[in-house]
Design a protein around this ligand. Structure first.
Ligand code: HEM
Length: 477
C-alpha cells in the first residue's frame, strides 16, 4: 500500500446519480495540439522538474505495484486513453486492466492517478486510507477565485477545511436545521406545481431540465439569503454565476495533469486568469451585498448575533452569528456560500432531471409495479430494487455500503446530503403524485437522448421536454 502515498487524486466511479469533483475532463483535443507546439520546452522542463535521484530512479524502474495499462506514452502518459466521458473510459479501462482487485494506476500527464472500481477497494481507500486521500489537488489558477482555496469542496485537507466543515455540518446541515426549511421547500414546490398545471391546461410541453434547475437554485437562494431573494433578481444572478463557474471548472483540467510545468511556464495562468478574475469579482460583489444586507437588517432590528439562532434563520445569518466562535473571516463566509451554490444546486437538479428522464424511458415503473431484480444490472434504471423486498432494500446510501455511494464516503463525503435528499424527495413525490406524464407529440420513449456531457457534474446533453397530464389519464405501456 506504500504506493498509495504518491497518488494525488482518487477517481471513484461507483454508481452515483451525480458525480461532482471526482474526475476532470481531459480535453485532450486541447492537450495534444498544445503539447505538440510545446514539446521541446516540455521535455526540457520535465527533465528539470522531475529528474529522479539515483535511489528514486531505481525505485521507478521496478515494475509498478498496481496494474496499469501498457500503452503509456511519453509526456502524456495514459491521457490518450481517457475520452470525452472519463467515467466511462475509466470503467472500461478498469474492467480490462485491474486484474479483479478494483485498483488500477493511470499516469495522466505528470500526475499518477489511482482508479478505484470495486466496493472492496473503495472501502479500503475511503475508510482505512481515507486520511491519505482526503485532500484535493491545489490550483494556482483558482486559488484567489476560491478565496485563497478556502472553500470546502476544493480546499486542502487541513485545519481550515476541518473547521468550516464542522461549522456547516453542525449549524447548516443538521437534520433539525434542514427540516426548518420545509416551508421554503413547500413554497418552491407549490410554484412549480402551479406552472405545470398551467401547462397541463394548454397541453404544452415543459422543459423539465430548466424547471428543475430553477427549482433547486431558488431553494438554495432562499435558504442562503432569505425569503426576499426574488425581489432584486438574485436567483437569476446566481444561476448565471453558477453556470460561469461550471464552465470554468470544466475547462481547466490541463493544470491538473501538468501542474508544475504549466505553473512554471506561466502561460496557462495568464491565459485563463482574466476570465477567472472577472467571474470572481462578480461573485464577490453579489456575496458582499448579501452579507451587508444581513448585517444591516440585524442591526436595525436589534437582533445582533441572535439572528442566527432564530427559527428559520438563513445561512448568512447563521454564519455571521458563529463567525467569531469559529474564527473565520468575511472571505471565508463568502467561500462557503459559493460552495453551497456550486455543490448544492446542480447536483439536486440533475438527480431530478435524470430521474424524470429514466421514468419517461421506463413508464411502467410509474404504475408502481414491483419486480424483484438483481443488483448485477447496475446500469439499468430499477428503483424497485431499493424498495421493501427488493434485492438492494437494505443497502445504505449514506456512505456505509461501498457498492452505492452517491454522496461519496469518508471524510470528504457530501455534507449536504440531508439537504439534497429533502430537496429531491419532495419534488419527485409531487411530480409523481400530482401528474401523469407524456412526451411531446411525435416523440417516443426511445427518442429520449441520454447522451452525457462531462464536467464538474455529469449531465444529460439534451433538455428533457415532457407533457404533464391529469393523474390517471395516461396509459403507461
Ligand atoms: C442529491 C444531491 C447531491 C448529491 C448527489 C451530492 C453528491 C456529492 C458527492 C458525490 C460529493 C463528493 C464526495 C467526495 O469527494 O468523496 C459531494 C461533495 C460536496 N457536497 Fe454534495 N451532493 C448533493 C447535494 C449537496 C447539497 C444540497 C449541498 C449543499 C447545500 C452539497 C454540498 C457539498 C459540499 C460542500 C461538498 C464538498 C465536501 C468536501 O469536499 O469536504 N451537496 N456531494
Amino acid at each position: 500500500m506504500a504506493a498509495l502515498h504518491f497518488v494525488h487524486v482518487v477517481y471513484q466511479f461507483m454508481l452515483a446519480a451525480a458525480t461532482p469533483l471526482v474526475a476532470q475532463r481531459p480535453f485532450w483535443f486541447v492537450v495534444v495540439p498544445l503539447i505538440v507546439v510545446l514539446l521541446p520546452v516540455i521535455c526540457q522542463r520535465l527533465l528539470h522538474c522531475r529528474r529522479p535521484n539515483a535511489g528514486e530512479s531505481r525505485k521507478h524502474s521496478s515494475k509498478p505495484l498496481l496494474p496499469s495499462p501498457t500503452r503509456r506514452l511519453p509526456v502524456i502518459g495514459h491521457l490518450h486513453l481517457v475520452g470525452d466521458l472519463p467515467h466511462v473510459s475509466l470503467r472500461d479501462l478498469a474492467t480490462k486492466h485491474d486484474r479483479g482487485g478494483g485498483l488500477m494506476l493511470l499516469q495522466l500527464g505528470t500526475v499518477p492517478n489511482l482508479v478505484v472500481s470495486s466496493p472492496r477497494a473503495a472501502q479500503v481507500v475511503l475508510s482505512t486510507y481515507d486520511h491519505v486521500f482526503a485532500s484535493r489537488p491545489t490550483s494556482k489558477v483558482f486559488h484567489n477565485f476560491l478565496y485563497g482555496s478556502s472553500t470546502i469542496g476544493f480546499g486542502a485537507y487541513g485545519e481550515h477545511w476541518r473547521k468550516v466543515r464542522k461549522l456547516v455540518t453542525t449549524h447548516l446541515f443538521a437534520v433539525k436545521k434542514v427540516n426548518s426549511f420545509c416551508h421554503a421547500r413547500q413554497e418552491e414546490v407549490r410554484l412549480v406545481m402551479a406552472k405545470l398545471k398551467k401547462a397541463m391546461a394548454t397541453g404544452m410541453a415543459v422543459d423539465m431540465s430548466e424547471t428543475m434547475n430553477t427549482f433547486a437554485n431558488d431553494i438554495m437562494c432562499c435558504v442562503v439569503s432569505g425569503k426576499f431573494f426574488r425581489e432584486d433578481g438574485r436567483n437569476k444572478t446566481f444561476r448565471e454565476l453558477i453556470e460561469m463557474n461550471s464552465a470554468l471548472y470544466a475547462g481547466f483540467s490541463l493544470e491538473n495533469y501538468f501542474p508544475r510545468l504549466l505553473n512554471s511556464l506561466g502561460i496557462f495562468t495568464r491565459f485563463v486568469s482574466r476570465t477567472v478574475d472577472k467571474t470572481h469579482e462578480r461573485w464577490d460583489e453579489v456575496l458582499e451585498n448579501i452579507i451587508s444586507d444581513h448585517e444591516r437588517r440585524s442591526f436595525n432590528y436589534g437582533r445582533g448575533d441572535r439572528a442566527g439562532q432564530e427559527e428559520g434563520a438563513d445561512f448568512v445569518d447563521v454564519m455571521l452569528s458563529v463567525q467569531q466562535e469559529y474564527g473565520i473571516t468575511r472571505d471565508h463566509i463568502k467561500a462557503v456560500l459559493m460552495d453551497m451554490f456550486d455543490a448544492g444546486t446542480v447536483t439536486s437538479s440533475l438527480v431530478l432531471d435524470l430521474a424524470m428522464a429514466e421514468l419517461m424511458r421506463h413508464p411502467h415503473i410509474m404504475t408502481k409495479q414491483r419486480h424483484p431484480e438483481s443488483w448485477e444490472k447496475a446500469e439499468e434504471f430499477m428503483p424497485d430494487r431499493f424498495m421493501d423486498g427488493g434485492s438492494a432494500a437494505t443497502i445504505d446510501l449514506k456512505g456505509n455500503d461501498f457498492q452505492f455511494i452517491p454522496f461519496g464516503a469518508g471524510r470528504r463525503m457530501c455534507p449536504g446530503m440531508n439537504f439534497g435528499l429533502a430537496t429531491v424527495e419532495i419534488m419527485l413525490a409531487n411530480l409523481m403524485y400530482c401528474f401523469d406524464w407524456g412526451l411531446p407529440a411525435g416523440m417516443d420513449k426511445e427518442d429520449i437522448d441520454m447522451t452525457e456531457v462531462f464536467g464538474l457534474t455529469v449531465h444529460r446533453k439534451e433538455k428533457l421536454m415532457v407533457v404533464p397530464k391529469l393523474p390517471g389519464t395516461a396509459s403507461y405501456a
